[in-house]
Design a protein around this ligand. Structure first.
Ligand SMILES: *Cc1c(COP(=O)(O)O)cnc(C)c1O
Length: 472
């Protein structure tokens, strides 16, 4: 079996793979949500050396069931309530497959015009669906791009911010640690600190804003104090990151106030709405966008709660010149007429790597399959379930809600204390019937109930609640 897979062989095995995936989705509920594998189990079932002679594809599929499946935690399981959802959907899987089949690199407009133009257009569609300010659209000075992840979005926002705040000097001088400062709340995702390290300003540049204990939102007064003190001490504030739906509790920062303060000091305001942002497809939830119209950049992950398989982070800037200025380097071998004409976007200049997959295809297949109505129903269903779940928690005197829960994340604890909360969580997860994760809220251990799997119905939420109650 040394030859390439022929189109006929591909057709046959392709049908087998599609059947396998369809069967998997049908029998998801028969698996324990959390993999029961111990460290090393999966590798112990794999041969030590790669095969010398090619093998039949059937043997790979057989080993998928035998070796891989026991080491899978089932993120698409309807009783998966951990972290945040990572939606997969039929149209997204097929869109991704088409992208693989085409196998194009969309680094420049010229390397596949459709890859760039569909992406620009999908980000404009998404801006419409989410009700984002026209400043972020491609027909303004801004525009959108698909990043690998929200972490990449934070990194490129920081790099663009450093470029702008230093008047372009980062191009030639780099970023001296100890000169620039970055601000975000204690609740913000760790990707912001990682971005500081990667960009070279270092973790020491990061100032953590206090949070309001009741809402878990960033304290704008503290930002004002820190900015004034840093400027007085000779630092240059570069970036403020506001969260819309922080990872721990789903906290919503006062974006508009933080943006005003950032801009007073010449800093860039990036909004990380990785999980929650897509909820703005629903009119009644669009209030979560308050203040976003003042941001310099904004991102949300269709790969979390909007039915689009990882990876798909939608990232918009209001001033694309700052981003492109920070990241564009044009070596001779990439020169081409379209780039020189200035009439096209070359998305390599909007991201860290050069190469890029045709990810807009899966967003296109998703948006066309579901339509705005289907997307709204998807989000609304989960929000309604979460509100009902919070009602059950509030009605049981042994439990306590720990933070506001306007969307589909509910944080709660046992009144009996952290040890009781921890053991209830462990017992439920060990049973394999549901999977939930934890966070700290004002120093207390909290269970996070994140509702967002495509197949989750009321009965799954109810069963999880009964399992938790049984451990109280
Ligand atoms: C999940 C999450 C991230 C990280 O997302 P990636 O796309 O995996 O990098 C960042 N910020 C928030 C608020 C998140 O919920």
């Amino acid at each position: 079996m040394n030859a390439h897979m022929s189109p006929d062989e591909f057709r046959r095995h392709g049908h087998q793979v599609i059947d396998w995936i369809a069967d998997y989705h049908e029998r998801l509920e028969s698996f324990p949500v959390l993999s029961q594998a111990s460290p090393g189990n999966v590798r112990a079932s794999l041969p030590a050396d790669p095969p010398e002679r090619g093998e039949g594809f059937e043997s790979v599929l057989a080993d998928l069931d035998r070796v891989i499946m026991p080491g899978i935690t089932h993120w698409q399981h309807p009783s998966f309530f951990a972290f945040f959802p990572a939606n997969a959907s039929g149209p997204a899987i097929l869109g991704d497959l088409l992208a693989s089949g085409l196998g194009v690199q969309g680094m420049l407009w010229a390397t596949s015009p459709a890859a760039t133009e569909l992406e620009t257009h999908m980000l404009d569609w998404l801006a419409t669906l989410l009700g984002l300010d026209p400043r972020f659209r491609s027909d303004s000075a801004g525009g959108g791009v698909i990043q690998h992840s929200a972490s990449d979005a934070a990194l490129v926002a920081l790099v663009a911010a450093l470029h702008r705040v230093s008047g372009g000097a980062t191009e030639t001088a780099g970023t001296a640690a100890g000169r620039f400062t970055v601000y975000t709340s204690e609740q913000t995702h760790s990707s912001v600190e990682k971005a500081c390290r990667v960009a070279g300003v270092g973790s020491a540049a990061l100032r953590k804003l206090r949070i309001d204990p009741a809402t878990q939102a960033a304290d704008a007064g503290h930002l004002a104090d820190l900015l004034a003190a840093d400027v007085a001490a000779g630092y240059t504030p570069a970036l403020v990151v506001a969260s819309v739906g922080a990872t721990g509790t789903g906290a919503l920062d006062p974006v508009g106030t933080l943006a005003d303060l950032a801009h007073e000091h010449g800093a860039w305001l990036h909004v990380d709405a990785a999980w929650a942002g897509v909820a703005a497809v629903c009119d009644e939830l669009r209030w979560i966008n308050a203040g976003v119209e003042k941001a310099d950049s904004y991102c949300t992950n269709p790969h979390k709660w909007l039915l689009t398989n990882f990876d798909c982070n939608a990232f918009w800037v209001a001033d694309r010149a700052a981003l492109i200025g920070a990241l564009s380097i044009l070596p001779e071998y990439l020169r081409n007429e379209a780039t020189e004409s200035g009439e096209v976007f070359d998305y390599r200049d909007w991201q860290v790597p050069l190469g890029r997959r045709f990810r807009a295809l899966k967003l296109w297949t998703v948006l066309r399959w579901y339509g705005a109505r289907g997307l709204r129903d998807h989000i609304r269903g989960h929000v309604a379930l979460a509100q009902e779940f919070a009602g059950w928690v509030a009605a049981d005197g042994r439990f306590e809600l720990l933070a506001p829960h306007p969307l589909a994340l509910v944080t709660f604890a046992l009144r009996a204390g952290d040890a009781a909360t921890r053991s209830a969580l462990h017992a439920v997860n060990a049973s394999g019937d549901a999977y939930l994760t934890h966070t700290l809220v004002n120093g207390r251990l909290a269970i996070r109930m994140a509702i967002g799997s495509v197949l989750t119905e009321r009965r799954h939420v109810e069963a999880a609640w009964h399992a938790i109650q049984a451990q109280a």
